[in-house]
Ligand binder design. Structure first.
Ligand SMILES: NC(=O)c1ccc[n+]([C@@H]2O[C@H](COP(=O)([O-])OP(=O)(O)OC[C@H]3O[C@@H](n4cnc5c(N)ncnc54)[C@H](O)[C@@H]3O)[C@@H](O)[C@H]2O)c1
Ligand SMILES: O=C(O)CC[C@@H](O)C(=O)O
Length: 481
């Protein structure tokens, strides 16, 4: 007899009329595998998921009993790309997509209800918001930065967080190249003048970038891409990073930020938002910069002390600056960028040779489409399979898929406090069954255990779940079957 396809297998198993409701209820936190696969082609994705475990000619991956995927509620904020929305909708999840971020009170109201939330850089998922998210199991940051989420609180409450670590890096690097040239040629000011009817043909203070020194602060995904592009334009590249990193091409690492500031004609910032980078560029740092140099910030608004930047521009220390990010950013398109947001906004807008963009470093069709796919697939793998690969706040745990030859298996996901003795107690509970495979790992105070156990009757699942829930170490139990 040939192995049934996943599509055949699902109705067959549904036909058993299980006593247990196949839902992902809040209290039960008990879900099972989805009815559909990742990506646009169910069959193709099904195969790719199976083959991603590095096997050849293995029995078909088992599409386990479907929970009511319609019970999974997903809230997507900040105009998450359609690629991501489509993947989630194809799972049968209930997806509500909103183009902007939400004011905190509305966010709290909505987040109570959902199992999955997708955001970009604007939505702040602080502990005080997340404490209302009683049903939430996973957060997708459809961007690189995860500074907007209280990652520790999320982990300690069994909420896994995913992002897209480099799908928009190239887009940011290309914008930096555009801005370097635009600043060197005072392009923004000439453009504005002519839009206002004023012809102002000047060469004073306008430069080629060939032969100039670019100082990159933070030589990660964005910084290193930029390094390659800048060298191709004939720039000399130096970089500063807290980590010792091999430079690409002819670029060189310098030992301190001050060294970089003293040498660079253009300084670009690509560091994460962390306490160490708050106001990393302030009065002292601007003093270190060469007279007539330029600053570009496309990292996070908190990295630059803006009043100090305004002063450095007004005194002529800086010949120009480009900012893509701000300490307080408007909630959505059409909102106004005024002193109501940041007290210095008008002073900033009045500066000469300053390019202000609305956090668009990663806003290209290519980047947003790739991010949509990457993060949505991570969410589906987590919801349906418990897989945490590439999570930013949880240990990375995965098990190879169950196959069609393993009909009475159950996957147990047990997120727990990382304290001694837990595994012994969990395995006492699981030990009534055959533990086929198990993986456990910890990250800080939180540990994640995933086990596939066999010979489980559907009627035993609730008891199994309850026994794990009753352990003092429990953060969250999910039983996928
Ligand atoms: N404007 C946008 O639309 C946009 C788009 C993408 C990324 N970003 C932001 O850009 C930043 C960088 O992104 P990335 O993908 O290159 O990150 P990354 O993690 O790949 O690289 C960051 C680098 O900064 C270094 N670093 C950390 N602390 C430092 C410090 N105190 N001093 C010097 N170096 C330090 C790290 O070692 C790392 O090499 C992030 O904050 C991200 O959120 C903004
Ligand atoms: O798209 C966004 O809102 C964020 C872009 C960027 O800052 C990121 O962190 O990836």
């Amino acid at each position: 007899m040939s192995t049934p396809t996943p599509a055949q297998a699902i109705p067959e198993r549904n036909g058993h009329g299980d006593a247990l409701a196949r839902t992902v209820s809040n209290s039960f936190s008990n879900s099972s595998f989805g009815t559909q696969e990742l990506g646009s082609s169910p069959q193709a994705s099904f195969q790719s998921l199976a083959s991603s475990h590095g096997t050849h000619q293995r029995p078909s991956t088992k599409q386990l009993k479907p929970f009511h995927t319609g019970d999974i509620k997903v809230l997507l904020l900040e105009n998450v790309n359609k690629t991501g929305q489509d993947i989630l909708r194809k799972q049968g999840y209930q997806v509500e997509a909103i183009k902007s971020s939400l004011p905190e009170d509305q966010l709290i109201e909505k987040i109570r209800d959902v199992q999955v939330i997708g955001i970009r850089s604007k939505t702040q998922l602080t502990a005080s918001v997340l404490k209302h998210a009683k049903n939430l199991i996973v957060i997708g940051c459809f961007c690189i930065g995860t500074n907007q989420v209280d990652l520790k609180y999320a982990a300690e409450n069994g909420i896994c967080v995913f992002n897209s670590p480099f799908s928009n890096s190239r887009s940011v690097a290309e914008l930096m190249i555009g801005e370097i040239i635009a600043l060197a040629r005072q392009f923004g000011d000439r453009n504005t003048e002519l839009h206002n009817g004023i012809w102002n043909k000047v060469s004073a203070g306008c430069w080629e970038v060939r032969g100039k020194t670019l100082g990159i602060v933070g030589y990660g995904h964005v910084g290193s891409q930029l390094s390659v592009l800048a060298e191709a334009m004939g720039m000399k590249v130096i970089y500063y990073d807290v980590t010792n990193l091999m430079g690409l091409g002819l670029s060189n690492q310098v030992p301190t930020l001050d060294h970089l500031l003293q040498l660079a004609d253009f300084v670009t910032l690509h560091v994460p938002e962390i306490p160490e980078t708050t106001n990393m560029m302030s009065t002292h740092q601007f003093e270190q910069m060469k007279k007539g140099s330029y600053l570009i910030n496309a990292s996070r608004g908190s990295v630059v002390d803006i009043p100090a930047l305004i002063h450095a521009s007004q005194t002529g220390k800086l010949a120009g600056a480009a900012l893509d990010v701000y300490p307080n950013e408007p909630g959505g398109n059409g909102a106004h960028f005024t002193n109501d947001l940041n007290t210095w906004t008008q002073d900033l807008r009045d500066l000469k040779n300053i390019i202000l963009t609305p956090h668009i470093g990663g806003s290209t069709e290519e980047a947003q489409s790739a991010i949509g796919v990457e993060v949505a697939e991570s969410l589906v793998k987590y919801v349906n399979f418990g897989i945490t690969s590439a999570a930013v706040n949880m240990p990375e745990v995965t098990l190879r898929s169950l196959t069609m030859e393993e009909p009475n298996h159950v996957r147990v996901v047990y997120i727990h406090k990382n304290v001694p003795g837990v595994l012994r107690k969990v395995n006492e509970i699981l030990g009534d069954h055959n533990v086929d495979k198990q993986m456990t790992d910890s990250r800080g105070d939180v540990a994640y255990l995933m086990a596939d156990i066999s010979n489980v009757n559907t009627s035993e699942i609730r008891e199994l779940w309850q026994s794990l829930e009753d352990l003092g170490s429990r953060i969250r139990t999910r039983v996928l079957y």
